[in-house]
Design a protein around this ligand. Structure first.
Ligand SMILES: Nc1ncnc2c1ncn2[C@@H]1O[C@H](COP(=O)(O)OP(=O)(O)O)[C@@H](O)[C@H]1O
Ligand SMILES: [Mg+2]
Length: 240
């Protein structure tokens, strides 16, 4: 049995989310028992979705989700554990209107409490493109700026992936800056190669969720384009 040391609870979390040390490394442990009830996702499934998100990233070879696995034998019972990522630099940020760096992509205009116009924007890097496409594939309904960590130059780490894989379209992300752009051929070929294996790799998803995943992949492979947001809420709140 692995030694577990609970270092603390992450207070900005909406579920019970613990920082733990195991095998000499820091991890984020999300026990199923600590999951908050949600109206749109079945109870007790978020930690499974965290693991499934990592499995998709791994099968695609995109390296956009920190290693995440299922644990049965943990202090608060079964759940997910994800490697802790040291964060440096932002890939998503808020700028005063007119001050978005030239190589960043604006996503949302807003005003602050003093009526100052602001713009939410994200960087344009190959890693962020992979994460944005990944979120469309897994139907991520909660890709806030704070859930996009940048461990080092050229890399991104998407965290908090429990709200993915719903069978109905629900994408909410701040990474809409690529909408309408073509998807690179190497990413399309990764999707084609993973398509048939993915459903069997993902435990904890139901058959409708698995079929919807394959349909989303097929749509992207056919359109070869980052889609524009559909109707309904398409940006998570708060966006950062
Ligand atoms: N793998 C990770 N590496 C670094 N920080 C993390 C990681 N996972 C979560 N965090 C931090 O912990 C906070 C809460 O985790 P999160 O996954 O958002 O929990 P919840 O599902 O409860 O919202 C995050 O906002 C982030 O600051
Ligand atoms: Mg969160």
């Amino acid at each position: 049995m692995a030694e577990w040391r609970i270092l603390g609870q992450l207070t900005d979390a909406s579920n019970v989310t613990l920082l733990v040390e195991s095998g000499g490394r820091r991890h984020v442990y999300k026990p199923v028992r600590g999951e908050r009830r949600l109206w749109d996702f079945p109870d007790g499934t978020l930690a499974r979705r965290e693991v499934a998100a990592y499995e998709v990233s791994r099968r695609l070879g995109w390296q956009v989700i920190p290693p995440t696995r299922w644990v049965d034998d943990a202090p608060m019972g079964p759940g997910s554990i994800q490697e802790w990522v040291e964060h440096s630099g932002d890939a998503v940020a808020v700028f005063p209107a007119g001050r978005v760096p030239g190589d960043w992509l604006p996503v949302l205009e807003a005003v602050d409490g003093n009526d100052t116009p602001l713009v939410v924007a994200h960087a344009d890097t190959p890693a962020l493109r992979r994460l944005a496409l990944f979120d469309l594939v897994v139907n991520n309904t909660d890709r806030k700026g704070g859930h996009v960590l940048s461990p080092r130059a050229g890399a991104v780490a998407g965290i908090d992936n429990g709200l993915c894989f719903h069978a109905e379209p629900k994408v909410r992300t701040v990474l809409w800056g690529f909408a309408g752009q073509p998807v690179a051929d190497d990413l399309l070929s990764d999707l084609r190669m993973a398509r048939d294996d993915l459903p069997d790799l993902l435990s904890g998803l139901d058959d409708d969720e698995k079929s919807a995943l394959v349909e989303r992949i097929d749509e992207i492979v056919l359109s070869k384009t980052f889609p524009h947001p559909a109707g309904g809420p398409v940006i998570p709140w708060p966006p950062i």
